[in-house]
Design a protein around this ligand. Structure first.
Ligand code: FE2
Ligand code: FE2
Length: 166
């Protein structure tokens, strides 16, 4: 199995409410990104891992928006954090679409993949180290555990929807 490399330090890893659940997903995405980087050409392994990564990232982003960012957007003092995260989700969607439209057998695919990897690692690190830190202070314990249940309810359904669409 490919080495995941370094997992940036975050106080949210292992947190029992929504932020711990989100970081657990992020770590899974880091693992998938590292695995895909070691695949070659239009191999079955690359195809399967890329389909899994795409469904994971899209399902995670949709459920994260429904559980967390939608509430954050309604709070004026932190709305900018929500706008930032949602805008990056849209950018990631576009990058994934561009990558899906590129021939996997060419070297261009891996180059574009590396761009996706870089952008996504930036996104999740920023969430963990800046955005979650900022918004956590404005959410109550009840908010956070409610959000965790919404995320867990929605993630599977959104992932299945993303898989169907691709
Ligand atoms: Fe996100
Ligand atoms: Fe996230």
């Amino acid at each position: 199995m490919a080495s995941i490399g370094s997992k940036p330090v975050t106080k949210f890893r292992g947190d029992p409410a929504i932020f711990g659940t989100l970081v657990e997903d992020h770590d899974h995405h880091r693992q998938l990104l590292a695995q895909i980087e070691q695949t070659h050409g239009a191999s079955t392994e690359r195809k399967q891992l890329f389909a899994e990564l795409t469904a994971e990232i899209k399902g995670h982003a949709a459920a994260e928006e429904q559980a967390l960012w939608s509430t954050v957007l309604r709070k004026p003092e932190i709305t900018e954090d929500g706008r930032h995260a949602v805008a990056e989700h849209k950018e990631m969607d576009d990058l994934l679409e561009e990558l899906a439209a590129t021939d996997m057998a060419t070297g261009g695919w891996l180059l574009k993949f590396k761009k996706v990897k870089e952008e996504y690692l930036h996104h999740i690190k920023e969430e963990e180290q800046e955005l979650f830190v900022s918004v956590e202070k404005k959410l109550s314990k009840d908010d956070k555990s409610y959000m965790d249940s919404i995320f867990k309810q929605r993630k599977g359904a959104e992932k299945a929807k993303a898989r169907k669409a691709s």
